[in-house]
Design a protein around this ligand. Structure first.
Ligand code: PEP
Ligand code: MG
Length: 579
């Protein structure tokens, strides 16, 4: 049965029915057919029209029998449309002159046609655009077995298939409680959609390139997030095998569960603090249950990406205060909004940028939108009265940005004092090291901060010049590149020399393949998605510091990513073969 390989982003395996989502970008793939196949595509088109017409006639009769004349009239519109020779002729013209596959020609024509209706002034005609979409689905179903549906149609538990999912779409789907897993054409390991999936433990495979054109709604799918595999309509043997995998993963999970109360320390007693990464406060509980001793990264920008509305100072204060309550006396690192890049507000207020990851993103956006930034800092500082709140600035790439951000923070603190608020006056301030510039100048940044956290997700993309969300270059995106490892080693050294606390909170921290290396490099705080904490703890508890330092020395001598990965895989399997 067809098996597709992509990038696994969450370790679970799930078996379920597919639902292919319609999104503006998710078009039927552009397929040019060889000359000798054009006739075949033409007759496919005729068959599709005929099949759709018969189906609709049957449905119209059914509804007419039950007395539903209005519905029957709608079907009459569909029938008339399908009987009109013009649309069919125009689609056939696209097949004959451009050698498009029938599916692609239908989708191109129907989309244009639908747009024409949608742009017409009267609601009646606009409504017709939906009918045209329905006809398109029927036609596509015959030519390529494809049907596409919209986000709201998740009425039953399903595996979602989409060209791409935005973080907010994923969150909306998760809220329906019917999302079993998902697979997308686009995306990479550290796209934010993938990160959220890992955090929520949703089995997912991204970067499959053409999964939307290979799957139809209703197909049975296996999503193997561990190996990055999607199986379409598995055989009974495959189903049995994957059902066994699901059981095995549950057993491994149960074994790891037993580690929850134990500390993350090496066999010879070196302690490593394992913290959780969250996007929403409701994830804190899960982090603590999985054994996190605090929250090392609260990605607050997601609060700004919901419901078409930016939360006010008071709304944010409530959210942060409640988060502190759940975290208790453990640390809560609140990162100021990291908007931009692949995290835009959903209200359409964002002008598209040519290079969003190099544009008005993150701290740059905050420093240009001071009233929003100030409101957020006020809310964070006010929440510091209730627990161990720390503030962290993202995407710092020059020392002046840090100084400006700290200056705004000091003004906010003065205002709050004048307004009579209680808060912690020595609230720890940190920066993320996410750009090569910050990594190279880490010593200077370390001198002016209380802590630094390495954001490898961005550091890798900016160092290797590889878009973290682009599946076409996903094979070039790796934490194991010697350039990345040298930067990490340098940042850890600089931080230690300045006695500034240092942690790592990119996805690399939660990948058990890198645990031994990171401990060997001297990292003693790692922050990760909740689901990864038990596996990382398991590895830490299985090694000695001397083992880790030996592994680090060897790894630093390698010249290629492949050598690094092979060696780390071997070393890790020596201590835990369920990795
Ligand atoms: C990072 O870049 O590593 C990071 C943790 O930040 P984000 O993934 O939110 O960009
Ligand atoms: Mg980042």
């Amino acid at each position: 049965m067809p098996l597709k390989r992509g990038i696994g982003v969450s370790s679970g395996v799930v078996i379920g029915d597919a639902l292919v989502l319609e999104t503006e970008e998710a078009r039927v793939p552009r397929r040019i057919v060889p000359d000798d196949q054009i006739d075949q595509e033409r007759s496919l088109l005729d068959r599709a029209f005929e099949a759709a017409r018969v189906q609709i006639a049957q449905e119209r009769e059914r509804f007419a029998e039950r007395g539903g004349t209005e519905l029957a009239d709608i079907f009459a519109f569909h029938e008339r449309w399908l009987e009109d020779p013009k649309p069919r002729k125009e689609i056939a013209y696209l097949i004959e002159t451009k050698a498009y596959s029938a599916a692609y020609a239908i989708s191109i024509f129907m989309r244009r046609y639908r747009r024409r209706f949608a742009e017409m002034g009267t609601p009646f005609l606009q409504e017709r655009a939906k009918d045209v979409q329905d006809i398109e689905r029927r036609l596509l179903h015959t030519v390529g077995g494809q049907t596409r549906q919209t986000l709201e149609e998740l009425h039953e538990p399903a595996v979602i298939i989409a060209h791409d999912l935005t973080p907010s779409q994923l969150v909306a789907l998760e809220r329906t409680k019917r999302l079993l897993g998902f697979a997308t054409d686009a995306g990479g390991t550290t796209s934010h959609t993938a990160i959220i999936a890992a955090g929520l433990g949703i089995p997912a495979v991204v970067g499959l390139e053409d999964i939307t054109s290979s799957v139809s709604s209703g197909d049975t799918l296996v999503i193997d997030g561990l190996h990055g595999v999607v199986v379409i309509n598995p055989t009974n043997d495959q189903l049995e095998r994957y059902a066994r995998d699901v059981d095995h993963l549950q057993e491994v999970r149960a074994t790891l569960e037993e580690l929850r109360e134990l500390s993350a320390q090496t066999k010879d007693g070196t302690k490593v603090e394992l913290l959780g990464n969250i996007e929403f406060p409701l994830e804190i509980k899960d982090c603590l249950q999985k054994g996190a001793t605090g929250i090392g990264l609260f990605r607050t920008e997601f609060l700004f990406m919901q419901d078409n509305h930016s939360p006010s100072e008071d709304e944010q204060f409530e959210i942060y205060r409640q988060a502190v309550n759940v975290v208790g006396n453990r640390p809560l690192v609140i990162r100021t909004m990291d908007l931009g890049g692949d995290k835009c507000q959903p209200d359409g207020s964002w002008d598209a940028e040519r290079n969003p990851f190099l544009g008005l993103r993150s701290i740059r956006y905050s420093l240009q939108n001071l009233s929003m930034f100030r409101a957020q800092l006020r809310a964070i500082v006010r929440a510091s009265a209730y627990g161990d709140v720390r503030v962290m600035f993202p995407l710092i790439s020059r020392i002046m940005e840090l100084r400006q951000a700290k200056f705004v923070l000091s003004l906010v603190a003065e205002d709050l004092e004048q307004d009579g608020y209680e808060f912690r006056s020595d609230i720890p301030v940190g920066v993320m090291i996410e750009t090569p510039a910050a990594a190279i100048c880490a010593r200077e940044l370390a001198r002016e901060t209380d802590f630094m956290s390495i954001g490898t997700n961005d550091l890798i993309q900016y160092t290797l010049a590889v878009d973290r969300t682009n599946e076409r270059v996903a094979q070039l995106y790796t934490p194991a590149d010697p350039s990345i490892l040298r930067l990490l080693r340098g940042v850890v050294r600089d931080a230690r020399r300045c006695r500034t606390a240092i942690s790592l909170c990119g996805e690399m921290a939660g990948d058990p393949l890198f645990t031994i290396l990171l401990v060997g490099m001297g990292l003693r705080t790692l922050s990760m998605a909740a689901g990864n904490i038990p596996r990382v703890k398991k590895i830490i508890r299985s090694i000695t510091l001397a083992d880790a330092e030996r592994v680090k020395r060897r790894v630093m001598s390698f010249e290629t990513e492949r050598e690094v990965l092979n060696y780390l895989r071997d070393e890790t399997r020596k201590v835990w073969d369920d990795i």
